[in-house]
Design a binder for this molecule. Structure first.
Ligand code: GDP
Ligand code: IMO
Ligand code: MG
Length: 428
């Protein structure tokens, strides 16, 4: 079982950090393959709570080598401050590997992200403002700056000047902002070179060799399936591919090497930022989910929008990722509801629809069709096996599994490492 992908099956914040950390002890490498510090992964180990943004959650497991792959966009200032924050708490970060092909988020990308959102006004995406979209745009436009450019001053200077030639026109003439001096950016970037040099390498070679040697490699997605730029609720998405295929391009590993794809699925649904969300609750149930579930963004501190479980989305995630397993998280948050609505299909202009519509207009008009499952009131946070769960909680899990199209192999009943019910091993 050498290579596993672990990814978000909804709109992010499903509990990927906790799931990765849980596996970290049995895994040799944990690899981020897309996104950047727009991610916010909370990991609770004993009485310690860690908020990770750019670093793979496996960094907290001593035997595990954390890797930032070529598909990630890296803000070097954020990377260094996250590393030093962990070092101060006694975490060994010396094993980190960073792809020389990963693209750098520079101060002008962050600036463009913020001014673009301001310019869009009420049509804004609600980005995290971390420069993610503009950095991926430059990558695709072939005017990006890569980690390896830090080590060739003259190339770095040429590339920054070329990128800013155009961007400064836009900043000054369209957005009425001050232009950015290439020299200043180059100086700042060069200042990171020595600090990063020790971990920069050809990560695709190392990872492919590791898989061939039978080592266990875990690819940890940021964001989630419905935020995927190809398969998500475009344009209300992030600018990368958090779906399973992204692990191949974002780490340089072929699909034949991937043996398992685990979708992290919250027992209800949340979303941050703008965009359609059929099961969103704007009433006291939504407020209760937010409060009980602690649904506040780890990166931006924004309240997350909350709603009931949406099986149409879960089925879609199974399809576009080829999921082999689900890890159902936050079941404990649903304790105390007399009955729990679950969206089993949509109604779109009077018609029942079982699959996620590809048309943006149809999805905007989708109304949830609910089935009501009986709730439970017993505390489930101490449950260690499936049979420890109250009958109605068992039935809720079984119903979700049936609707979602892949086995639920683990269940989260609390934020801690040990608050997990493992049904099937992920490592067989
Ligand atoms: P990620 O972005 O997918 O890693 O998820 P976040 O860390 O942004 O949000 C998930 C939150 O739920 C974090 O605060 C976790 O500590 C917490 N969490 C994860 N699994 C569980 C669970 O099973 N039960 C409860 N109550 N909290 C959980
Ligand atoms: P994790 O890894 C939830 C959302 C933003 C916005 C959209 C685009 O913690 O699950 P971006 O800054 O990426 O250009 O913003 O994507 N978004 C997330 N929502 N969890 C995340 O990461 C997210 N990363 C980005 O809120 O709607
Ligand atoms: Mg998160």
């Amino acid at each position: 079982m050498p290579a596993l992908v672990l990814l978000g099956a909804q709109w992010g914040d499903e509990g990927k950090g906790k799931a990765t950390d849980l596996l970290g002890g049995s895994v040799d490498y944990v690899v981020r393959f897309q996104g950047g510090n727009n991610a916010g992964h909370t990991v609770v180990v004993g009485d310690q709570k860690y908020a990770l943004h750019l670093l793979p959650s496996g960094i907290l497991s001593p035997g595990c080598t954390p890797v930032i792959g070529n598909g990630v966009v890296v803000d070097p200032a954020v990377l260094l401050s996250e590393l030093s924050g962990l070092q101060q708490r006694g975490v060994d970060t010396s094993k980190l590997l960073l792809s020389g092909n990963a693209h750098l988020i520079t101060p002008y990308h962050t600036e463009v992200d913020k001014v673009t959102e301001r310019f869009l006004g009420k049509r804004k995406i609600g980005t995290t403002g971390r420069g993610i979209g503009p950095t991926y745009a430059d990558k695709i436009n072939r005017v990006g700056i890569r980690v390896q450019d830090l080590f060739d001053e003259s190339i770095l200077r040429q590339k920054v000047e070329a990128a800013l030639d155009f961007k400064n026109q836009v900043l000054a003439k369209l957005y009425n902002r001050r232009s950015i001096k290439p020299e200043q950016v180059v100086e700042e970037l060069l200042g990171y070179a020595d600090q990063l040099a020790g971990c920069v390498c050809d990560t695709t070679l190392i990872l492919n060799n590791a898989i061939d040697d039978g080592k266990v490699v875990l690819f940890e997605g940021g964001q989630g399936t419905l935020l995927d730029v190809d398969h998500g609720t475009y344009p209300f998405v992030t600018s990368s591919n958090p779906t399973a295929g992204g692990a191949c391009t974002g780490a340089g590993v072929g699909p034949t090497k991937i043996s398992r794809v685990i979708g992290i699925l919250k027992a209800y649904t949340t979303r941050v930022g703008a965009g359609p969300f059929p099961t969103e609750l704007l009433d006291k149930d939504g407020e209760a989910l937010r409060t009980i579930g602690g649904e506040r963004g780890v990166t931006t501190g924004r309240d997350r929008r909350c709603g009931w479980f949406d099986a149409v989305i879960a089925r879609y995630a199974t399809r576009v990722n080829g999921l082999t397993d689900f890890f159902l998280t936050k079941l404990d948050v649903l304790t105390g509801w007399e009955q729990i609505p679950v969206c089993v299909a949509y109604e779109i202009e009077g018609k029942r629809v079982e699959e996620l519509p590809y048309s943006q207009s149809d999805f905007h008009h989708a109304k949830p069709v609910y089935e009501f499952l009986p709730g439970w009131s017993e505390d489930i946070t101490k449950a260690k096996s499936f049979s420890d769960l109250p009958k109605n909680a068992q039935a809720y899990v079984k119903a979700l599994e049936e609707m979602s199209g892949a086995p639920i192999s683990a269940i989260g009943v609390g934020p801690g490492r040990d608050e997990t019910i493992q049904i099937n091993s992920f490592l067989d």
